[in-house]
Ligand binder design. Structure first.
Ligand SMILES: NC(=O)c1ccc[n+]([C@@H]2O[C@H](COP(=O)([O-])OP(=O)(O)OC[C@H]3O[C@@H](n4cnc5c(N)ncnc54)[C@H](OP(=O)(O)O)[C@@H]3O)[C@@H](O)[C@H]2O)c1
Length: 248
């Protein structure tokens, strides 16, 4: 029998990067997968990559109306499901003096508020014994210049993992966070559209990392699926996948 046979999984933010890698790993293992993304181009390319076996839905992870619509779609596709992986996120890099109210709100809406209400609205459909995995960031715990609003929003998400783990315990749903360090995905080029700037930030991150490299999306996928399906005595925790950056 395939590793994830019979499992039904919803991934919010999986049209590229680590979410997409997780969706592919699940499909390869026999799971049914519904993923979301925001941009039309991302939704179309993910549908091509996942083929007919993956359901790809356009849904803005910041919008409560769209999260409600997503819950209805999930109910129609799956009725109930086993894993909610809340992975959509983005980092705006700006120092204190350049951070606008709009940037601040964007960071909290996407990285904290949206995920909170996604869990609220989708948890009722998660089977007993199921799991929630939230994607936080090494920026939760590192004082990295330029990511105050992003780091604080992800720290809020890390805090949700503890409280929601306690609240969902009676339904036997575990809630954990996977905490990436620098991972080789399209996010850096989205944050720094100028090619030289992205390359310089990547160089600095590689240099600062104890393992002197970026992680791969598949390394996050393996950790998220470990938390979801194998770490059955673990809840409210965070698993750093960061080359040792937060610990060494
Ligand atoms: N890569 C890293 O170094 C790193 C480090 C620490 C934490 N993280 C976190 O890891 C997660 C995944 O990032 P990634 O590196 O894999 O980036 P990515 O390749 O840019 O993937 C992000 C995914 O989230 C989706 N998304 C973004 N905004 C959305 C919105 N408003 N509504 C719905 N979907 C949305 C994107 O879809 P669209 O492209 O269509 O918007 C995409 O599918 C994020 O939460 C990020 O903050 C990444």
């Amino acid at each position: 029998m395939e590793r994830y046979q019979g499992k039904k999984v919803v991934i919010i933010g999986a049209t590229s990067g680590m979410g997409l890698a997780t969706a592919k790993m699940l499909l390869d293992g026999g799971a049914r997968v519904l993923v979301t993304g925001r941009s039309k181009a991302g939704v179309e390319s993910a549908q091509k990559e996942l083929g007919n076996s993956g359901v790809v839905v356009a849904s803005d992870a910041r919008s409560l109306t769209e999260i409600d619509a997503l819950a209805s779609r999930v109910k129609a596709e799956f009725d109930t499901f086993d894993l909610l992986f809340v992975n959509a996120g983005f980092a705006v890099f700006a120092p204190l003096e350049n951070t606008t109210e709009a940037m601040y709100d964007e960071m909290f809406n996407l990285n904290a508020k949206g995920p909170f209400f996604a869990v609220q609205k989708l948890a009722p459909l998660i089977n007993r014994g199921g799991a929630v995995v939230l994607t936080t960031s090494v920026a939760n715990v590192k004082g990295m210049p330029g990511v105050a609003a992003y780091g604080a929003a992800k720290a809020a998400l890390r805090s949700f993992a503890r409280v929601l783990a306690a609240e969902l315990l009676p339904r036997e749903i575990r809630v954990n966070a996977v905490t990436p360090g620098p991972i080789d995905t399209p996010i850096l080029n989205k944050a720094f559209p100028e090619k030289d700037a992205a390359a310089e930030v990547a160089r600095q991150m590689r240099e600062a990392n104890p393992m002197k490299r970026f992680g791969t999306p598949e390394e996050i996928a393996k950790a998220a699926l470990f938390l979801a399906f194998e770490a059955t005595f673990t809840t409210g925790a965070e698993l750093p996948v960061d080359g040792g950056w937060s610990q060494l």
